[in-house]
Design a protein around this ligand. Structure first.
Ligand code: NAP
Ligand code: F7E
Length: 326
């Protein structure tokens, strides 16, 4: 039997790299779209480079998306590509809307134009709940996004549902709460913290500048969430699902756990820096993934303390050269 073909946008990102590994284990042919960069941007997938096919493209370039759908004719499409940094989205709102919102429409429309019968996954986000209308947040909680990123994801969510309802496409939204890993981008608060701990332990850094320590997030492990994304596309019917751990912790608690595990007191290193505060904040997120558990059999396997330890262990062992301070 011919192998199933999967196409991934955002394959160079945290989630794309885990998803590509999961799909290779399941014997898929994996195609990934990458952007041309002036320096290497494939560090997270270099170890599987020989097993996947990488093609240049961009979510802002509809003609390339059409051509890729026509030539690859994938069975499953995972749209993980995005300008995914919430803080940055306030600085480049139009670009964020174009990539993160309109990019989803371009890809869905390329699939429709080619009349493909493939299944489509959209990387929806708990940022769509924003200023939360109820707790915990579920698939039926109303959206109130608090950033250009969150607004763009709401567009992505609704256009995915619209193509499902209008054209009968098997198109699903994963509504994923924050998920982290040793591969997390270095500008997100968890990885920024664990990288700083590694540098402090090596004597290379003596302060960590952060913004709002009071916000609370439902943090899980990225690989678990990509396993869930795959499960959504194997269901009998297309539907939307929350993936979350059902536990929430403040940034301050993350600092306690991570610095404590490294034998350090974060009060000795953390400085509050106004530059990292956002014009509008999402104060509190807590997800209820009961539907994914009931309908897909999905459950997170990694809890908060284990996640923190995994990230600290990774960053204390290695020296990283990237320097980003968003
Ligand atoms: P990430 O590490 O920031 O990766 C984003 C990916 O998108 C990278 O491969 C990036 O390519 C690519 N990309 C950026 N702009 C693009 C463009 N114009 N055209 C095509 N590709 C582009 O994000 P992640 O954490 O893996 O998240 C994956 C997806 O899930 C994103 O859509 C994100 O918004 C969403 N999401 C994430 C979380 C989370 O907690 N991680 C939660 C909910 C939803 P380069 O490597 O070249 O920059
Ligand atoms: O911020 C606070 C910040 O940037 C978490 C993305 O994957 O998850 C992610 O978005 C909290 C916020 O993630 C710093 O104000 C304090 O309250 O790690 P973050 P995020 O904004 O929750 C969602 C689900 C996505 O979909 C997104 O794509 O931490 N915070 N000080 C800081 N945040 C950062 N980045 N840097 C700081 O110095």
């Amino acid at each position: 039997m011919a192998k199933r073909k999967a196409f991934i946008t955002g394959i160079t990102g945290q989630d794309g790299s885990y998803l590509a590994e999961i799909l290779l284990e399941k014997d898929y042919e994996v195609y990934g779209m990458i952007r041309r960069s002036s320096s290497f941007n494939t560090a997270r997938i270099d170890h599987i480079f020989g097993d996947i096919e990488l093609l240049f493209g961009d979510l802002t370039d509809g003609s390339v998306l059409n051509r890729l759908m026509r030539t690859i004719r994938p069975d499953e499409v995972y749209n993980l590509g995005a300008q995914s940094q919430v803080h940055v989205s306030f600085q480049v709102p139009e670009f964020t809307a174009d990539v993160t919102g309109m990019g989803t429409l371009r890809l869905l429309d390329a699939i429709r134009e080619e009349d493909l019968k493939c299944r489509f996954y959209e990387a929806g986000s708990s940022e769509m709940f924003g200023q939360v209308a109820e707790t915990p947040q579920t698939e039926t909680t109303p959206f109130h996004p608090r950033s250009p990123y969150g607004v763009a994801k709401v567009f992505g969510y609704w256009i995915t549902r619209n193509y499902r309802e209008a054209y009968g496409m098997f198109a699903v939204n994963g509504i994923l709460f924050n998920h982290e890993s040793p591969r997390r981008g270095p500008t997100f608060v968890t990885r920024k913290t664990t990288r700083a701990i590694g540098a402090i332990l090596r004597g290379e850094q003596n302060e960590l500048r952060l913004g709002n320590l009071d916000s609370k997030r439902d943090w899980g492990f990225a690989r678990d969430y990509m396993q869930g994304a795959w499960q959504m596309l194997q269901a009998d019917e297309p539907d939307d699902y929350v993936l979350a751990t059902g536990e929430t912790h403040s940034v301050r608690e993350f600092l306690d756990e991570a610095f404590g595990y490294a034998g350090l007191d974060w009060n000795d290193y953390v400085k509050i820096d106004e530059r990292y505060f956002r014009p509008a904040e999402v104060d509190f997120l807590l997800g209820d993934a009961s539907k994914a558990k009931e309908k897909l059999g999905w459950e997170p396997t990694v809890r908060f303390p284990e996640l923190v330890r995994m990230m600290v262990d990774h960053d204390r062992e290695r020296r990283h050269t990237e320097e980003h301070y968003v």
